[in-house]
Design a protein around this ligand. Sequence first.
Ligand code: SF4
Ligand code: SF4
Length: 341
Amino acid sequence: MKTVTLGSTGIVSPKNAFGALPIQRVSEEEACRLLRRAYEAGITFFDTANAYTDSEKKIGMALADVRDKIHIATKTGARNVEMFWQNLENSLRMMKTDHIDIYQFHNPAVCPRPGDGTGLYEAALEAKAQGKILHIGITNHRPAVAREAVESGLFETLQFPFCYLATETDLELVRLCRERNVGFIAMKALSGGLLSNAAACYAWLDKFDNVLPIWGVQRESELEEFISFMADPPTMTAEMESLIEKDRGELIGSFCRSCGYCMPCPMGIMIPNCARMSQLIRRSPSAPFLTPMWRENMEKIEQCVGCGQCKKKCPYGLDIPELLKENLADYRRIVSGEVSL
Ligand code: SF4
Ligand code: SF4
């Protein structure tokens, strides 16, 4: 079984970790079944966040009795010290534990630093001194903030989107993390569901021995596939290489990663899926995206008032209103039969 050491934390995990964002969407019973199955199959690293509604509670329900055999990373989006402590105490209570292995600042727009006036980094140091957190990490979608965080020497881990659509800037970040002994946790290793060949995604990531992918798990079939990688890690084949080359040709650049940071839209537009409908509908079975509900969701794009709130929040700098318009035009052509899939 391949393992990854997360930089200076010394945490060693099989090169398959559990991303607990999607378990918000299933029942407590189902979530506990998935978490327990993951643990029993050898997965020992679980990543969640205070913001993922009941995900932490489900981890506590499923894994509290094996707490000393797993590592937990969670996140706080606190913008002030009071919120920091509320978030931390809540996470500890929900997960029925007295410590968090890696406590991450959740996608801050500015890298927290001692003396920056927010008191957030100092609060993290205090929580560490109290033993409530063991390591301080950061997550980010913005390459510049991520780089600054790694170079600052203030964080032991970086969580960043990383998959075979990576740009040269992303690759450089992975190299920098290795040089600085900062653990690299890869989120969105399937690019928010756009990449459907998990074995190819794993085989590509396998080239980076300092990268720990956290796979977002919602279904048993997905989990079983990731579990199978532990005993039998996929290796790169010529077929996978040509798939990767084709996907990079089609997807690299200005595409929506479905991170959701642009939400909510005051007009109720479901930006994360509507802004990448052209890709979703071609890369997955199309029927679920052609239902009356999805037609209505897509037509809502017409109601965009161009307020620009979404654009300001997109870490990838996408021109979202424009992207939505293009996706709607393409969707209408598909619905009318002008374009066949
Ligand atoms: S610009 Fe359009 S899509 Fe973006 S938040 Fe405003 S109304 Fe919503
Ligand atoms: S449009 Fe930007 S902020 Fe919104 S989901 Fe896509 S990548 Fe994220």
